[in-house]
Design a protein around this ligand. Sequence first.
Ligand code: PLP
Length: 410
Amino acid sequence: MDQLSATTAPSGAARRITSSAIRELLAVADRPGVISLAGGLPSALHFPTEEASEAIDDVLRNDRGALQYSSTEGDPGLREWVAARHGARMEQVLITHGSQQALDLVARVTLDVDDPVALADPGYIGAIQAMRLSGGRLVALPTDDHGLSVETLEEQIGAGLRPRLVYLVPNFHNPTGATLSAARARRLAQLADQQGFLIVEDNPYGEIRFSGTAPPSLSTLTDNVVTVGTISKTLFPGLRVGWIVAPVWLAPSLALVKQAVDLHTATLTQKVALRLLTRPGFLRDHLTVLRSHYSSQARILTEALATELGESLHVAPAEGGMFLWARVRLPDIDTQALLDVAIDHGVAYVPGSAFSVSAAHRSHLRLSYATVSPAELVEGARRLAGVILDGPERSRRRPGVSTRPAATSR
Ligand SMILES: Cc1ncc(COP(=O)(O)O)c(C=O)c1O
């Protein structure tokens, strides 16, 4: 009997990760009447459907190879495009099924069980899952308005930590929205050179900057860096096209493991992506539209929250990306416990605890301004204020409030 259950149980690796709580939350948040500020999806209104349809048509009519198996490293034209964009060589580039696969491959190729991976707490759920799946031991680092605390990393290294990887989202971190300061980027690169760890720079939101200044890319500061990119937030996620730019010594191992996982990224979608990315003037104009949309949405939600909640809610100003990270400044508030009440009142958010590496983030919540209309942003803020301002009292009145598992897309 024991033997039977041993052979039918999921593997140790599968047991190391838990379900992304946001996925579970989204099912509830999509109930009719609920204004969902919980999703992590980009704005579908701005998907370039005309151009995508022309690109698909063009590829299908003119390139039979688009329906064929192809190389593990990826479409040569697309690899060239990525290499040029990152100032890298084509042999450093591997095309992946989204940047989520890129994170998984980097983790598989660089980590042995119990290898320390330092990252921001709160952290991007998909990275937490990928690192855990490969046996990484997560080391939580605090984060502030200037991004990941490189000072804390340095202290921990002083106390004996020997990280294998340091994972970060340098622009508009998910969930905190913070951008790494240039000083911290430089210090992190120096530490990577001195200590010999690899930096994993995950930058899906970098192109969606509508104010402030970007830090220098880590790849311009050190060779000990793997840069992960995607078209999911700039074009659309359904094509599942992402990439890794890796040091030359690491790239062949990544390709070998990818071959074992899925042979290669879908040929058709790579070719469609390349058509779109190289269509003259298209990407530049499209990004201008996106930035303007997200900027206006961020402003509307930030202002509505300030009007409704004033000092009771601290909201880090958004300079780009898709999310606001907010902290309730009232006593006895647990955003996880309040979520059911909020959904009953027609508004959903992601509680801070969903992004926990080790701390609970009970006063925090992530609010997406990407997909709902301006009117819904304003109404969502109004409903949220009602729930938060009445929060502790509601929680007392409903002692049985269930703590739904912290919830994704991500
Ligand atoms: C920080 C971060 N990295 C990676 C991803 C994965 O994106 P994709 O696999 O669609 O490229 C996401 C998606 O939300 C993200 O927020």
